[in-house]
Design a protein around this ligand. Structure first.
Ligand code: SF4
Length: 65
C-alpha cells in the first residue's frame, strides 16, 4: 500500500547506502508526529499534498539550465 508520506509536502527523504527513511518534518515542531512514522501511513491530519515547487533540490531542474 502506498503511504501518504510519499506524496506529502512535510516529508523529507533520508537515504543511506542500504536504506531509505521518510522523515516527517512536522515532528520537528509537533511532538504528536513521530520523526520516522511507521510505514505505510494511511491517514494523517498533517498531510498536505506536495507542490511541484517542493520537488528536488535547487538546481536539479533541467529547465533551470
Ligand atoms: S505529515 Fe503525515 S503524511 Fe506527511 S510526512 Fe508527516 S506523517 Fe507522513
Amino acid at each position: 500500500m502506498r503511504s501518504l508520506c510519499e506524496t506529502c509536502g512535510n516529508v523529507r527523504e533520508v537515504r543511506t547506502a542500504r536504506s531509505r527513511f521518510l522523515l516527517c518534518e512536522l515532528s520537528l515542531t509537533d511532538a504528536a508526529y513521530p520523526k520516522y512514522p511507521p510505514q505505510p501511513v494511511v491517514r494523517c491530519d498533517g498531510y498536505r499534498p506536495r507542490n511541484e515547487a517542493d520537488e528536488g533540490e535547487p538546481g536539479d531542474r533541467r529547465e533551470d539550465r
